[in-house]
Design a protein around this ligand. Structure first.
Ligand code: MSP
Length: 477
């Protein structure tokens, strides 16, 4: 039987067009999806938009639109962006989708009937940018630590979720599932905060109406994070998709790790639903050391990103430049340098030289001894541990091996058909392994040489007899 693999991105607020920060998580999910596809797994990749709440309501108002009208206008921008980046998701969920709203309503009812929701009064601070509650001690100079804007003071009737009841259960769960919060260096901070104690969570608002009504009190709408988190589950509650729950990994930015590793498992425990296997939090991209964000004005949108050096170079740069998990500073110059020095000079040159020689002198099937120098097991381990930069390093180390082989054997003089076969067969393996990262280029190579992009084909010798010279894969900038 095939293994299943279910990966999610956060669902993005469609209050503006997507930027490189959103692209980062979405490409990471695409890399994992493609990786599992070449392994032959049954994959489900979910992304989408988080459309309810005060933040969207405010943005719509500012644009003179009704919330639904406003999000309907922005959602296509996300879909277009993902298309431009060659993202192959299976479902784009919107929290305004009827099936999702129905699941949220059912879950709320269940949790309420269980006695985990009670009515009270919320009095405290709220950041609309984060859609999150804060206490005085969280603030920096009286402002939200993330958006650096003043928080709102709220005092209103609200329903509360008994989060405090789940403190011990959560701590036990983290202990039994040491990889649930990843990377490991992000784990302790969450655990320490949970140990300090958990306050019950206000999960409804009655002062605005853009949300899912509570089934037991229609004057209130559900807190946007409770609504949003359930997207991961509701997307699997349709025919043929149930088998994908629980999620194998939720990819998230480090700013929303708390929602995913505390609120989310607590809601699921209360609703009696199985918990996801892993939450992996990545770092932030900055631009001139400032967080790239819509609210703070430093933005690189998807068109700008792709325009620098093309889709594959953008995808490659984001995952080669920094370890997935850590922060990085975005720089157009480094992207171009990597495009020129690594993609054009190393990969592009290898493919161009080898296919030109192979076209001219022909190839002859033989055992591929070069392939022994490909550290396949290491590459697999790195990808399975989300160490994409290390996986790429290994693949490029093998590209170096192949380039050196051409050079040291002086193949243009010896015209050795067997060695040319080894090189073409090695390019096949390189293209297969690079497909998750730079699909467009890999597909060009596969089409040109003639093989199917599957992991098992690395170990099967290439059967083609004639090679055509490849087009130029990366033009230097
Ligand atoms: N709607 C919520 C998520 C709900 S998931 C149930 C949300 N949306 S968001 O649009 O504000 O952000 C989505 C993701 O983008 C977060 O994971 C955030 O970390 C990520 N990024 C936003 N800016 C970023 C960078 N500059 N760099 C990397 N990722 C960043 O939060």
């Amino acid at each position: 039987m095939k293994n299943k693999f279910y990966v999610t991105t956060p669902i993005y607020y469609p209050n503006d067009v997507p930027h490189v920060g959103h692209a980062y998580t979405t490409i990471a999910a695409d890399i994992l999806t493609r990786w599992h596809k070449i392994k032959g797994d049954d994959v489900f990749f979910l992304t989408g938009t988080d459309e309810h709440g005060k933040k969207i309501e405010n943005a719509a108002k500012k644009n003179g639109k009704k919330p639904k009208e406003f999000v309907d206008m922005l959602v296509p921008k996300f879909k277009e962006a993902w298309k431009k980046l060659n993202i192959e998701y299976d479902r784009f969920i919107r929290t305004t989708d009827k099936d999702h709203e129905k699941i949220v309503s059912e879950v709320l009812k269940k949790v309420y009937e269980k006695g985990d929701i009670y009515k009270g009064e919320y009095s405290g601070l709220y950041c609309v940018g984060c859609e999150a509650y804060y206490t005085e001690k969280d603030l920096i100079d009286g402002c939200c630590p993330i958006h650096k804007t003043k928080t709102e003071v709220i005092k209103e009737e609200s329903y509360f979720f008994k989060l405090s009841k789940y403190q011990k259960k959560l701590l036990d769960f983290y202990k039994k599932n040491p990889e649930f919060i990843s990377p490991p260096y992000r784990k302790q901070e969450v655990i320490n905060r949970v140990k300090e104690g958990l306050n019950d969570l206000s999960i409804s608002r009655a002062s605005f109406s853009w949300g899912i009504p509570l089934p037991f009190d229609k004057k209130h709408v559900c807190y946007v994070w409770m609504d949003a988190l359930f997207n991961y589950y509701s997307a699997t509650q349709m025919k043929g998709k149930e088998k994908f729950w629980p999620a194998d990994v939720h990819l998230v930015g480090k700013d929303i790790i708390w929602f995913h590793t505390v609120y989310w498992p607590a809601f699921l425990l209360s609703a009696g639903i199985e918990l996801p296997k892993k939450v992996f939090a990545h770092g932030w991209w900055t631009f001139d050391k400032e967080k790239i964000s819509k609210s703070q004005g430093k933005v690189i949108n998807i068109d700008e990103l792709v325009k620098i050096a093309g889709v594959d170079s953008a995808r490659y740069f984001l995952f080669r430049a920094i370890p997935f998990g850590e922060d990085g500073d975005f720089s157009e110059e480094t992207l171009i340098a990597r495009h020129n020095n690594e993609l054009a000079n190393k990969l592009g040159n290898l493919v161009s030289r080898v296919t030109t020689l192979a076209e001219k002198y022909g190839i002859e099937k033989t055992e591929n001894k070069l392939l022994k120098r490909l550290r396949l097991k290491e590459i697999e381990k790195h990808i399975d541990k989300y160490e994409f930069d290390k996986a790429l390093n290994e693949i490029f180390a093998f590209i170096d091996v192949c380039n050196e082989y051409v050079q040291s054997q002086k193949i243009w003089e010896t015209k050795n058909k067997k060695q040319l076969y080894e090189l073409v067969d090695s390019i096949k393996s390189i293209a297969i392994l690079l497909w998750p990262f730079i699909p467009e280029t890999s597909e060009k190579i596969a089409k040109n040489i003639g093989f199917e992009i599957k992991l098992e084909n690395i170990e099967k010798l290439l059967v083609v007899k004639k090679i055509k010279k490849s087009e130029i894969l990366f033009k230097k900038i």
